[in-house]
Design a protein around this ligand. Structure first.
Ligand code: SF4
Length: 363
């Protein structure tokens, strides 16, 4: 395939096909991908700013029926260390977040068969009554699919009630790779690719700000990575005019430590820094209608994250005061607010603290 023609199409923000994206991934020299992706980043996000934020992850429960094979975090109901977080724990953790200057809470966790829609709407209302200015970035498409089945309600009604109770934005959790071939192996009990996209379509129709993610580096092919990007781009193209849609795309590598995929199936993470940079650059090239691209500082560490800011990414995400899902599978990177800003400066860019909607605090 003529790579120069593909670069030109990409720089004109034309959508590349799966075949074109796969050819770029396999054939393009990394420095040419980096150059092209950085130019495209400058079209979407001009200037030399790179974003970061403060939020806190609180896990609602670690009880989950899904038992995804890459997850070290989930527990069965009768496990001695199974829990559902109490309101007093939320208060303690939110007070710590507020003391650190944060105002956004990421609420995630397992799909606990005992917890229905009322549990979540009561929880959101309780938290919002106690902390009216706190923003809730919570749950994800698999939880909505689960709640819709449990309550016999359509996705849009589940989302509508969660929004009414206080949901401010919706993470793209549980996307992994949007290929049912892959999902049947790594997370067979979780939402299908089509269900994940259907929930996001409804979220966009309700003008809920969302993010899109990818957990890669296990048993997917390069074509399946590219198909994932194209499915996200096509859904973004469907969003109603003026609605938030996908505000950002965040890829991170599979962390294999202690997982069933690694122990029982011998599947190790294929992560390596050049391939991560290649993925970041190709994501920027393929996602011609998503403004922001976040590098996963938490999983790839400082040096790779710095390079990613020159390869298409414009954000390093959150200092993530508490994170239990990827850290349970071997990710040990931790950064405070000063360190994340220094990393961005060391990369030659200006750190800009932002909120979940990528609005700057200091603009
Ligand atoms: S990744 Fe999420 S859905 Fe899958 S088992 Fe873990 S907690 Fe459950």
């Amino acid at each position: 395939m003529d790579l120069n023609n593909l670069y030109k199409k990409a720089l004109d923000l034309e959508p590349l096909t799966v075949e074109e994206g796969t050819a770029l991934y396999h054939e393009a020299p990394l420095e040419e991908l980096i150059f092209t992706a950085d130019k495209i980043r400058q079209i979407h996000v001009p200037g030399r700013n790179a974003g970061w934020m403060i939020d806190r992850n609180v896990n609602i429960t670690n009880i989950c029926f899904s038992q995804c094979k890459f997850c070290n975090f989930c527990r069965r109901k009768d496990s001695p260390d199974a829990y559902v977080t109490s309101i007093s724990d939320y208060i303690k953790k939110i007070d710590e977040l507020v003391a650190l200057g944060g105002d956004q809470l990421l609420l995630q966790g397992g799909m606990n068969p005992d917890l229905g829609l009322k549990f979540y709407t009561d929880l959101f209302r309780n938290i919002k009554e106690l902390y009216p200015s706190l923003k809730l970035h919570a749950l994800g498409p698999p939880e909505v699919v689960f709640l819709a089945q449990k309550e016999s309600l359509p996705y849009n009604e589940i989302l509508r009630r969660l929004i009414t109770a206080g949901l401010d934005s919706f993470p793209g959790a549980g996307a992994e790779i949007l290929s049912d071939r892959v999902r049947k192996i790594i997370s067979p009990a979780k939402a299908t690719a089509g269900e994940w996209l259907d929930v996001m379509r409804e979220a966009h129709r309700l003008n809920l700000p969302t993010s899109a993610t990818m957990m890669y580096g296990h048993l997917e092919t390069v074509s399946e990575r590219i198909e994932h990007l194209v499915r996200i781009r096509e859904l973004q193209a469907e969003k109603p005019e003026g609605s938030y849609g996908f505000i950002t795309f965040i890829p991170w590598p599979f962390q294999d430590e202690g997982t069933v995929l690694s122990k029982k199936h011998g599947i190790k993470s294929t992560y390596n820094p050049p391939d991560y940079i290649r993925l970041i650059a190709v994501s920027r090239i393929m996602l011609n209608n998503i403004t922001n691209l976040q590098s996963s500082l938490l999983t790839v560490g400082k040096e790779v994250a710095m390079l990613s800011l020159h390869s298409g990414a414009n954000d390093l995400g959150s200092i993530m005061i508490e994170e239990n899902v990827v850290s349970a599978a071997g990710s040990n990177n931790r950064f405070d607010a000063g360190e994340i800003q220094n990393i961005i400066r060391e990369a030659g860019l200006n750190p800009v603290r932002r909120n979940q909607k990528y609005e700057s605090y200091y603009s």
